[in-house]
Design a protein around this ligand. Structure first.
Ligand SMILES: *[C@@H]1O[C@H](CO)[C@@H](O)[C@H](O)[C@H]1NC(C)=O
Ligand SMILES: *[C@@H]1O[C@H](CO)[C@@H](O)[C@H](O)[C@H]1NC(C)=O
Ligand SMILES: *[C@@H]1O[C@H](CO)[C@@H](O)[C@H](O)[C@H]1NC(C)=O
Ligand SMILES: *[C@@H]1O[C@H](CO)[C@@H](O)[C@H](O)[C@H]1NC(C)=O
Length: 181
């Protein structure tokens, strides 16, 4: 059954949000200047984003164009981080308390790991680039061609051989996708 989608529903849940793309910086390493992306319910450096445009929304012209990239927005009132999506309800980023892995909620669901770390996100603006910060240090841990991002949460067991990085932001005007899978 085709779900009913009105034009009102096509407007973002974060209508006044400041969207931004994130690029990692760690000079002299394999993660110098990689884009931060969302796919497979994880956040990683490198690779491509896995954006999804439902057919019925696409037919209404409701899907932002996506070329394999991801962007984000901080809700500064709640100090939470959302994916830059147009889907009603949004998609929230959180860190799994057991593994430290950064993950995000699937569309139309608020479900996340019990004890997930959600708050503590901010962007420090200055000059042309900003800097995304979290309450816990962020590390990138290589898995094949991509570098999944982890938060150093007390008692979480992260993989070995991870690299810290600066998460540089560049402002963008619109969400990067309808939703990420
Ligand atoms: C997502 O998961 C599928 C199935 O495990 C895998 O083939 C694919 O490479 C993954 N994509 C990314 C971007 O991690
Ligand atoms: C933050 O709170 C203010 C005042 O309540 C509100 O006007 C604004 O829309 C909120 N911003 C977000 C991103 O929710
Ligand atoms: C990026 O957006 C923030 C928040 O809207 C703003 O304070 C900052 O000046 C912007 N940065 C640039 C380089 O435009
Ligand atoms: C981490 O583990 C220690 C020892 O088991 C425990 O005392 C502490 O409460 C745990 N901290 C968190 C944040 O779960």
């Amino acid at each position: 059954m085709k779900s009913a989608i009105s034009f009102a529903a096509l407007s973002s849940s974060l209508a006044s949000a400041q969207y931004f793309g994130v690029t990692s910086a760690r000079s002299g390493s394999a993660i110098q200047y990689l884009p931060m992306n969302a796919g497979n319910e994880t956040i990683y450096l490198g690779g491509q984003a896995l954006a999804y445009c439902p057919t019925n929304v696409g037919e209404l012209g409701g899907c932002p164009e996506n070329h394999g990239q991801t962007n984000f927005a901080v809700n500064s009132n709640a100090s939470t981080l959302e994916l830059g999506t147009a889907v009603p309800g949004g998609q929230q980023v959180y860190a799994d308390p057991q593994t430290g892995a950064l993950k995000y909620t699937i569309p139309h669901s608020a479900a996340m790991s019990e004890g997930a770390a959600v708050v503590g996100w901010s962007v420090e603006y200055g000059g042309t680039l900003g800097r995304l910060r979290f309450a816990f240090e962020l590390l990138a841990c290589q898995d094949g061609n991509i570098w999944p991002v982890y938060a150093v949460i007390p008692n979480a067991t992260l993989p070995d051989g991870c690299l810290s990085f600066d998460a540089l932001t560049v402002n963008q005007t619109e969400p990067a996708a309808w939703e990420f899978e």
